[in-house]
Design a protein around this ligand. Structure first.
Ligand code: 8YV
Length: 319
């Protein structure tokens, strides 16, 4: 039987690559470097499917130029803002993602960022690491406590709900905004707010968990930061584009916000150099889903989608 050929443009987990090679002719980018629009177009003539990460950009311009051989873009990500889905569909290309399997890992990183930002992890780590820790006092490095505080979540999808569950374990009072209200079973006691402004007004801590779409770009702008309680902490593990980074810096510099925890940035890789001098910004390089278990699960979910597609079935995660 002729095996389908797929392109894997990033170094996915070993288990994923092993399974992929058992089922497909694989072209693997062992170097793990980024692919340009021209690279993607060139590869599309050689393969039936691609498993890209969020780092491979399938813009409308790329979609237009893709070779008709390419039939499926089986993303190794839950976010699909790197894909122009209508443009890909217009070319008859099936697009899938990997929901569910990364929710806990991403929620863990949100928790790490929230605690690290609230308890001044950057500053404390530097003090000890550099040998500059030469004093202790009860008024030293005092932070903000999460236990009993109000947590606002924008976007109560799978990751938002996983984070809410973990936050309840810390005794937080969970509030949320979502386009539609959840069922009581899914709410688990969280208070629903029908508009973003209302949830902001009660968010001692705010965590963003919505996708980047034209409607959510710069969702957190100067006007919205102003609505948060004084000294709020903002956490973003979703997409950098949700935050107006200049407005965030402003809010930190005026003391409106006490701290921020960020795993994603408008510019990636790289981040925002203007953040570097602010010890009250706890930053990670987009590693929300980077655990062994979750990387395997993401790779397997993308392969499940490919396998279904090539069996002429509808992939579970077709968008
Ligand atoms: C991934 C992500 O690290 O799934 C997403 O949307 O942003 C991250 O979990 C990345 O996309 C891997 O491809």
């Amino acid at each position: 039987m002729v095996r389908n050929t797929i392109w894997i443009p990033r170094r996915l987990s070993d288990a994923t690559l092993e399974r992929a090679q058992a089922s497909y002719e694989c072209i693997i980018n062992w170097d793990d470097g980024l692919s340009s629009a021209d690279d993607i177009v060139e590869m599309s003539a050689k393969v039936d499917g691609i498993i890209p990460c969020h780092s491979e950009l399938f813009t409308a311009e790329v979609a237009e130029r893709l070779d008709p051989r390419l039939k499926i873009v089986a993303n190794h990500s839950v976010g699909v803002d790197h894909c122009d889905i209508p443009a890909l569909k217009a070319r008859g290309i099936t697009v899938t993602n990997t929901p569910d399997v990364l929710s806990d890992a991403t929620a863990e990183i949100a928790m790490l960022l929230m605690l690290g930002a609230a308890r001044r992890a950057v500053e404390g780590d530097r003090l000890v690491r550099t040998g500059a820790w030469d004093v202790w006092s009860p008024s030293f490095m005092v932070g903000k406590q999460v236990t009993g505080a109000r947590l606002g979540i924008i976007g109560m999808g799978r990751v938002g709900r996983a984070f809410a569950e973990k936050a309840r374990g810390f005794g937080m009072d969970v509030h949320y905004f979502n386009r539609t209200r959840l069922t009581p079973e899914m709410e688990q006691g969280a208070s629903y707010h029908s508009d973003i402004e209302s949830v902001l007004s009660v968010s001692d801590f705010l965590s963003l968990h919505c996708p980047a779409t034209p409607e959510t770009i710069a969702l957190m702008n100067a006007d919205r930061f102003a609505l948060l309680p004084d000294g709020a902490v903002v956490v973003n593990t979703a997409r950098g584009a949700l935050v107006d980074e200049a407005a965030l810096l402003d809010a930190l510099e005026t003391g409106k916000l006490s701290a921020a925890g960020l795993d994603c940035f408008v510019t990636e890789p790289g981040g925002n150099p203007a953040f570097a001098s602010h010890d009250n910004i706890f930053m990670l390089p987009h590693i929300g889903s980077a655990t062994v278990q979750t990387r395997d699960a993401m790779g397997f979910r993308a392969l499940d989608n490919l396998d279904a597609f090539f069996r002429n079935e509808t992939p579970k995660d077709e968008l």
